[in-house]
Structures are given as structure tokens and as C-alpha cells.
Design a protein around this ligand. Sequence first.
Ligand SMILES: [Zn+2]
Length: 258
Amino acid sequence: MALIPTHLPILMYHQVLPKTHPDFAKHIAIDPDDFRNHIQTLKNLGWKFKTVDQYFSEPAEVKVAILTFDDCASSFFDFGLPVIEEFGIKVSVFPIQNMTTHREYHNLSKDGVRGLTEDELKHIANLGHELGSHAQSHRNLHTIPFEEVTTELTESKAWLESITGKPVNTVCYPIGGIDQDIVELASKLGFKNGLSIFKCSLQVLPADRMKLRRVDIKHHTVGDKFLSAIGPFYGFRRFLTRPFRSKYRVDMRHPSFQ
Ligand SMILES: [Zn+2]
């Protein structure tokens, strides 16, 4: 097992929406022009782009960055995907099942951003992007009974596989809620990669493969802030001190659910 951390920035985006859009403030969103600048900056610095699944299943290149999109809604389809296609890069997308099937999600407004349809998800997959599970209800898996965690992960995986006809190998734990039992369960259910919301661009591989760290991208992560976000020292202090802080330990399950 490698002891030297790999500098693998996995950027965590949510929605891509113009700053002028009435729903902009309701979401964790980035303006399409800022998003385009991010990709151009990474490209200029020599970074290559892969999906999570590609990173682990294809021969590794030296400088790889991964763009991930949580809770993808119509704003991703309308404003994010066109920019991604401009550059011809591949990304990993994590839709919430119930946002598509039951139109449920706390910050979707009536006439504004909506959940993606199954046809739109199919289109994204057909373009070669990775679709991964973000569970069904978007509840924190660490706080719900274990049987429900099993259902959330199993059903969301099967649902996406039925839409795309491709295996779903990556899980993105909603709200980052994980513990050791959830990580082990996800592996048992056939997931090969897992995304946490621990903030860091260094990964200790292969140990971290089911709980990969990410770079949190917000609307103000631009310019110099973006450059330091993709640098190896993003989250470095937390990375060093995390093992000593119980708050961030991927621990066993909460006693009340055992
Ligand atoms: Zn989410």
C-alpha cells in the first residue's frame, strides 16, 4: 500500500447556473463563465480529465483532475453540460433518484431548476460521462437505520444501471454521511469507488478508494482561490490533523443503529 499521498484533485461541484438566474442563491452554484475558466485553467496547467471510474480502470496519467457534480438538476444539463462538451472532457455525475422519480428536493422551486429526467440522464451517459449513485432520498446515511442504507444504495444503483445499461461503480455518499460499516456495505453491494466530502486534494491510495476526498467548489472559488484549491496544500492541515479529531474519523456505526 502506497504511503505517499497522490495529488488527485476531485472537484465537487453542484449546480452550474448564471449569476443572474433567480435560483442562483438557493443552490450551491457556479456561473458558467467561472466554470469555463476553471476547465481552461486546469487545461493550461497540463491537467488531464477523467471520470472517477476511468481514473481507476485505465492506466494512470501523471496529472489527472476529476470533476464531479452532486445533486445534478436541470441547471447542470442546461448550463454545465454545454461547457463540458465544448472541451470534450468526461466528468462524473451524481443525480438523486427521488429528484427524478418523485420530483422531491428541498431547494427546487416550482418554475425554476428541476430534477433531471431519465432521458436526460441517458443522454449524459451516452456522451460518455459517468453516472454514479447519490442514493434515493439524499438523507445522511450515517443517521438512518442500516436496512434503509442498504435499500438506498441497492435501489439507486439498480435504477441508474437500468437507465444506462452500464455498471454503476461509484457512490457519492449524500451529505458525506459515512462510517466504516457504510463503506464496507457499499463495497459489498458492488461499488468500487466512494466519494466523501472530506476536504483535501491528496489521496492515500488504494486505502482511500471508497472514501475519496474532494475539493469543495463554491461560487467564490475563482482566480487565486481556485489555484490554491487545486494545489496540493488544499485541506492539508486538516488532512494531517484529521486522524486526531474524532469528528472526522470514519468510525463504526452510531451505537443507536446497531
Ligand atoms: Zn448531495
